[in-house]
Design a protein around this ligand. Sequence first.
Ligand SMILES: O=C[C@H](O)COP(=O)(O)O
Length: 254
Amino acid sequence: MARRFFVGGNWKMNGDQALVETLTTGLNSLDEGLLASRDLVVAPPFPYLTAVRTALNKHIGVAAQNLHAKASGAFTGEVSVGMLKDLDIKWAVIGHSERRSLFAEADETVAEKVGAALAGGIEAIACIGETLAEREADKTFEVLFRQMKHIAQAVSSEAAWDHVVVAYEPVWAIGTGKVATPEQAEEVHVALRKWLSEHVSAAVAAKVRIIYGGSVNAKNCGDLAKIADIDGFLVGGASLKVDDFKTICSAPRA
Ligand SMILES: O=C[C@H](O)COP(=O)(O)O
């Protein structure tokens, strides 16, 4: 069965109430057929989750940008899976490279969060990606497979993989304007699928969506969306520009 195309918009620490209004109005005007055939998900900062969820068409998902693996307790500044569920938030971005590098999230922490999300009924957008130094040192696949291994250990069954989207985001492409070429992205996506086939199962490798993130914009999304192994995008900067994001959400497949 064809994998359902996924487009996520990660606002990061950007936006305000005016953007909530502009973005939700814009996305709600997308063609109904498109909304029914793709997973479109926006990840605003925590304070805007409810406003976005309330304003958006129910066919468009809302994601948290992070979560804590524990259910509750003395974790100042953190947000649990249960709280997200309580707000009707069904997705979470987990292990974004900014969380890994700026907030010291180790592979083990990312795996714990993925496990907690899945156990609590939240769909995980699990991020992996190599830095420029790692790519230049020929360590791209070593790093990606290590990150994948930890994520895979947190997914308890073949069925649970239905609730995981893997986001390949080369760190050197994030916010830099240096998008991976379709060939570079394809090479990695094919390798990740092969890894899943060899280390999890052929069925999981065939069904898991592997999306690309890193300087995706309205101009380059078309070429990337044509690659069979690219099942969608995780978009940062361009997700804040309503017309650009709508173009990316509508990018035609081959
Ligand atoms: O989560 C999104 C990625 O970090 C990509 O960000 P970007 O599109 O601004 O490069």
